[in-house]
Design a protein around this ligand. Structure first.
Ligand code: DX5
Ligand code: ZN
Length: 222
């Protein structure tokens, strides 16, 4: 069974105390930190940009998994490559995906491509050799706390087969609605990385307790 990494998203954390929120994830055993950049155009919501990412870079050693929900990401990827392990861009947001992926890699980060729920796998098939990670959105992007769309897990399984058959080493990341109840199913579908937003940052339990519950669910399902 492949090792699944957990990437808490700070989208539902308290934005007035982001540094502590990030450190809670690190102390709780997170593998990565998922940072959702939204521009109010590609998605209606606006979150934060590279100034906040750079400030957070100074308070944690967790690798950063940056999710750019912005139009024309090729104009912005250069702001993020130094801070990030992976910079992820949406296939729907750029006219020249291969050039954008190349820009990310030349900047020294790994390149990820994201698919909205309505986007078929065929849209990225030709770019797979240029890709280090494929992010399958299991919600319509824009907000945390939504419900995972089960049909998208079939897309994940088809992507897993496509990558394995083609000998591509790209990771699969699932973003949206990952919870204790479905984490093992997400892993079984073929995910390598699970983004967990409201299942980690919520009022019910601490960040560390929530991460432990997700790990236990993964271990029980494997
Ligand atoms: C939404 C973001 C997600 C979000 C996930 O557009 O891309 O990363 O934080 O939040 P949950 O896990 O609550 O669905
Ligand atoms: Zn995200």
């Amino acid at each position: 069974m492949r090792t699944v990494r957990l990437a808490p998203s700070i989208l539902t954390a308290d934005f007035a105390r982001l540094a502590e929120a990030v450190q809670e994830a690190e102390g709780g055993g997170a593998d990565l930190l998922h940072l959702d950049v939204m521009d109010g155009r590609f998605v209606p919501n606006i979150t934060f940009g590279h100034a906040v990412v750079e400030a957070l870079r100074k308070v944690t050693s967790l690798p950063f998994d940056i999710h750019l929900m912005v139009s024309e990401p090729e104009r912005q990827v250069g702001f993020y490559t130094e801070a990030a392990e992976t910079v992820n861009v949406h296939i729907e947001a750029t006219d020249h995906i291969n050039r954008t992926l190349d820009l990310i890699r030349k900047g020294g980060a790994e390149a990820g491509v994201c698919l909205n729920p309505g986007t078929p796998l065929a849209a990225i098939e030709e770019s797979l050799p240029e890709v280090d990670q494929v992010m399958v959105m299991t919600i319509n992007p824009g907000w945390g706390g939504q419900t995972l769309m089960p049909a998208q897990l079939e897309k994940v399984a088809r992507l897993r087969a496509l990558l394995d058959e083609g000998g591509h080493g790209a990771r699969i990341e699932i973003d949206g609605g990952v919870k204790v109840e479905n984490a093992a199913t997400c892993a079984a579908a073929g995910a390598d990385v699970l983004v967990c937003g409201s299942s980690v940052y919520n009022d019910r339990s601490s960040v560390a307790e929530n991460l432990a519950s997700l790990r236990a669910a993964l271990a029980a399902g494997s």
